[in-house]
Design a protein around this ligand. Sequence first.
Ligand SMILES: [Zn+2]
Length: 132
Amino acid sequence: MPTAYCPSCGRTWPKAPGKPCPVDGTPLQSIGPIEQLISGKLLIDKGTASLAGRKLARGGGDDPYSKAIEFLNERGLRSGDFVKIAGAKAKHKGRIVFLVQKADITEKNEAGKSVAKRQARRVGGSGRKENR
Ligand SMILES: [Zn+2]
């Protein structure tokens, strides 16, 4: 999905460049390369998540930083986990941020392993066959 930002209010939106901003009607601008993959240690501190020195954000809301944290938490990702994130560079209120589109824990980290195992066990579920 294309992502664009509004030069007037500084918000990012999951819309094509050129469409009007839902808030103020300013034509949205392109944010450049659409998808990139970054990985590293996730840091969540003072209401901002960051990875590899980039601030993480999610578009379409009033607070893109807390939206991003919500998104990461829903996936079981916590501060200190090693993760990989797919997304795009964007501008929010004059700052360069990274718009999160997908996030996953990476294999090689101790904290992450337990998360991955927990999920694998849940998915594995009951392999029992019914008895007759
Ligand atoms: Zn706007």
